[in-house]
Design a protein around this ligand. Sequence first.
Ligand SMILES: NC(=O)c1ccc[n+]([C@@H]2O[C@H](COP(=O)([O-])OP(=O)(O)OC[C@H]3O[C@@H](n4cnc5c(N)ncnc54)[C@H](OP(=O)(O)O)[C@@H]3O)[C@@H](O)[C@H]2O)c1
Length: 271
Amino acid sequence: MARVVLVSGASSGLGLSCARELATRGDTVFGTSRTARHDDGGVTMLAMDVDDDDSVARAVATVLERSGRIDAVVNNAGFGFAGALEDTSTAEARAQLETNVIGVLRVCRAVLPHMRRAGRGHIVNVSSLAGRIALPYQGMYSASKFALAGLTASLRHELAADGIRVAMVEPGDFKTGFTAARRLTAASGSESVHHDALRRTLAIVERDEAGGADPIVFARTIARLLDDPSPPLRTSCGHTSQRFAAWLHDRVPDPIAERVVRRLYAVPRRR
Ligand SMILES: NC(=O)c1ccc[n+]([C@@H]2O[C@H](COP(=O)([O-])OP(=O)(O)OC[C@H]3O[C@@H](n4cnc5c(N)ncnc54)[C@H](OP(=O)(O)O)[C@@H]3O)[C@@H](O)[C@H]2O)c1
């Protein structure tokens, strides 16, 4: 029987590729975007803003009305803020967490009663290698993905008895709309003491993203995870060099890991 899958943030990049790949493999796929869009081939597009309780409830109700069930959710919608933490306002920090963390919680809360009633379900949360390696000048983005990693691990414990599988994917750099959609904190202008360092680091980040992996790699990883009756908690995907760097990062002493990250991202030694 074809799975019914909801993929958030399916108008671009990783979500779009994933939604198309799952539809090609025979799943019934509902993709979402904040703005109403035409259906994309085999993907039915729905409007859903993960920042908004009512919008999420409406989208989930529509899937249930049309398909009678939701078998799997890929919580992929998200964006990145760049800027030194010192230059990040409370509103900007909240906006980052609202979408990347609370947005995932909202969607989970909306689908879980149905999955529990069905006695099965699968949730895949899209974290990031930035949720394992703290990035300079993308501190709130990293914080959001570290938080999402914690949320996913906790949820997995809580749903273990319900037959609902929970897992997360940690992409490295992929070439998507993420770079263009990245927001800069308002206080990051030339008046900021961090301005020059931020610019240097962002140039490296954008270069890496432009040379990032093809989203189809991500899409196939998600398809494999959804097929897995007992998926691992974490699955990294992307260029092997970045996945290996993350593996190594978790195994070397902190001072060494920090030195490598600062060098990779051209963080100044002294101002
Ligand atoms: N690209 C990378 O290198 C990379 C690496 C690691 C992790 N990731 C993660 O992968 C996920 C997808 O990113 P991407 O690279 O595919 O970026 P993208 O091309 O910019 O796509 C982001 C998607 O999220 C949606 N979105 C953003 N804010 C939303 C909101 N409040 N409510 C609902 N949908 C929202 C966008 O839809 P609309 O604008 O149409 O609403 C869009 O479809 C994100 O969670 C990101 O953190 C990306």
